[in-house]
Every structure is written in C-alpha cells, then in structure tokens.
Design a protein around this ligand. Structure first.
Ligand code: CP
Length: 310
C-alpha cells in the first residue's frame, strides 16, 4: 500500500505488509535453488524488463538483468548518459516513451526522492524502486533480510545493528521499515551529524558509541560513507570516523559469537570495514550479492504475474 492506494510495483517497504515481505522471502528460497543449480526457466518467457538508472550501480542493475534472464525474460538497459535524457527529456517522458515500446516492468534508480511514485502514477506497468535518493532501496533490504533468514533461520527477535552514515542511507531506511515489521530489534549507530532527526520515531534504538551498540547483536550491517551526497564535511576526518565507527575484528568480538557481518556494497574498504573483517568467516557480504539475484527473481516473477500488490 502507498498512503491508502495500491501500487502495482514495489516502491518501498514503508507501506508493504509483513505478509507481502514474507511471501517475497519465501518465493526467493525457490529462486535460489534455480540459481544454485544454474538452471534457466521460462517462467517469464516473452516478457521484457527495462532497467533505467540515473545513478551508478553494479550489483543492483546487473542482478536485475541476470534475474530476468534466468527466468527467460528479455532485458533492456537504458544508459542515461547516452540517451535522450541528455537532450533534456524528462523522467516521465522518458519512461512513457519506453513503455510504449511494449514492456512488462520498469526498474528505476534515481537521485530524487519519490521518483518511483511519480512513475507509478504515470505508467501502467509495475515500477520497482532500485533506490531513490536517500529514501528507500527496498530490494536491498529484502536481500539483506533473506540473507539473515538463511543464516539465522528467523527475523523475529533478531538483534540487528546498522552502523555508519545512517542519514544518507536508503538501505538503512528500507531495512528499518522491513526488519521492524518482521519483528527484529533494530539498533542504529553513527555520528550525530549522520543520524536523521526523525530516527527515534522509527522504533529503533539509537547509539552514538559503537562499543555499546555492538554488544550482543546477531547482525552487524556496516554502511558506506556516501561522500557524493555530502556538501560539506559532516565529521572531522575519515580517520576519525574509522577510529570511532569502523568495523574491525576486535569490535566484532563484542557482538554475539556467531555474529554475521553484512555490507550492502560498494565497500570503502579500510574506512567503514577493514579488510580482515570484510573477508572473515563471519562475513556474508559476498553471499548478499548472490542473494540479490534470488530476491530480484522472486520479485520479477511475482510482480509480472500479478501475484503481489504492495
Ligand atoms: N548495494 C547497491 O545498491 O549496490 P550498487 O550501487 O552497486 O547497485
């Protein structure tokens, strides 16, 4: 749901029900089997998925393309740098033009908060939000939850710490909405200048000292410092940020013994997470990437076949 109105696609997790999230996660289990067995299916044969990205991406764009292809769909990637966007064509006109060529789903990444909602109103096909500014990145949060579920067998009661640049993170916001609905305890930690003022109202526990926040957590999710969204320095220096909020093996020892370390990528290795931790036994960062394909396969299947409405 989106403020009382059903969306055909997935615009964010804020207005998505717990039942819908559970359905996507369940479907992703089946999709992971297809992926692991390296099978190709014809579930979406004859369908066309378009990715329209106004911001850079490696994981999200490629995994949508891979997901569509494994299920037998055609894929078209619009490079905004070589499209008529450069001649001044608006987002709405670009999307309507693409839709008239005969597509079945559009995946959008854009720097402007709310741009997927605009396209949802303008288009007849489902729109999937692949990240809108600092607002939401719902498919990332779904793949994160799927990874936690795989590793821990439950989300209910799980203690999850999200650490770093919370303010600029659409990953943090989608995870907060999603994990809270699924019954997890969410903690956030970072410098006060990188903490959204409304965060306390979202039902999370707010910490400014990492050594307190990390105690006894099941999951540590480190976030990338988003320099591209900061106009001026919001902390004194990178080195100070790393000293206070960087994840290393000594800090991980303060969490539960079987803690898992996550990061949505791309990592600033040596800043928010050191190399030893990024590739230690507790790290599931590379498995997150694989699970991203499974989650996107599940979503494409459910949305194109009209089996979910968020
Ligand atoms: N996590 C994520 O969204 O990565 P990309 O920017 O590479 O898609």
């Amino acid at each position: 749901m989106r403020g009382g109105k059903m969306a055909r696609g997935l615009l964010g997790l804020r207005f998505v029900s717990k039942e819908t999230i559970a359905k996507i996660l369940e479907e992703a289990k089946e999709m992971k089997k297809i992926l692991v067995e390296r099978r190709n299916e014809n579930i979406l044969s004859g369908k066309t998925v378009v990715t329209l990205f106004y911001e850079p991406s490696t994981r999200t764009r490629v995994s949508f393309e891979k997901a569509a292809k494994v299920l037998g769909a055609n894929t078209i990637n619009i490079e905004t740098a070589t499209s008529s966007v450069l001649k001044g064509e608006s987002l709405v006109d670009t999307a309507r033009t693409i839709e008239r060529m005969g597509i079945d789903l559009l995946v959008l990444r854009h720097s402007i908060v709310g741009s997927p909602q605009i396209l949802d109103r303008e288009l007849k096909v489902p729109v999937v939000n692949a990240g809108d500014g600092i607002n939401e990145h719902p498919t990332q949060a779904l793949l994160d939850m799927f990874t936690m579920l795989e590793k821990r067998g439950r989300l209910e009661g799980l203690r999850v710490l999200i650490v770093g640049d919370i303010y600029h993170s659409r990953v943090a916001r989608s995870n907060i909405w999603g994990l809270s609905k699924m019954g997890a305890e969410v903690r956030v930690c970072g410098p006060s200048t990188l903490m959204p003022s409304e965060v306390g109202k979202l039902g999370v526990k707010v910490y400014y000292k990492l050594d307190e926040a990390i105690r006894d957590v099941d999951v540590v999710m480190a976030l990338r410092i988003q320099m591209e969204r900061q106009k001026s320095g919001l902390f004194p220096s990178i080195r100070e940020f790393t000293n206070l909020y960087g994840i290393n093996k000594d800090r991980l020892k303060l969490a539960k013994e079987d803690v898992i370390l996550m990061h949505p990528g791309p990592m600033n290795r040596g800043i928010e997470v050191d190399t030893d931790s990024a590739y230690c036994d507790s790290s599931v960062i590379e498995e997150q990437v694989t699970n991203g394909v499974a989650i996107r396969m599940a979503l494409l299947k459910l949305l194109i076949r009209g089996e979910i409405l968020s």
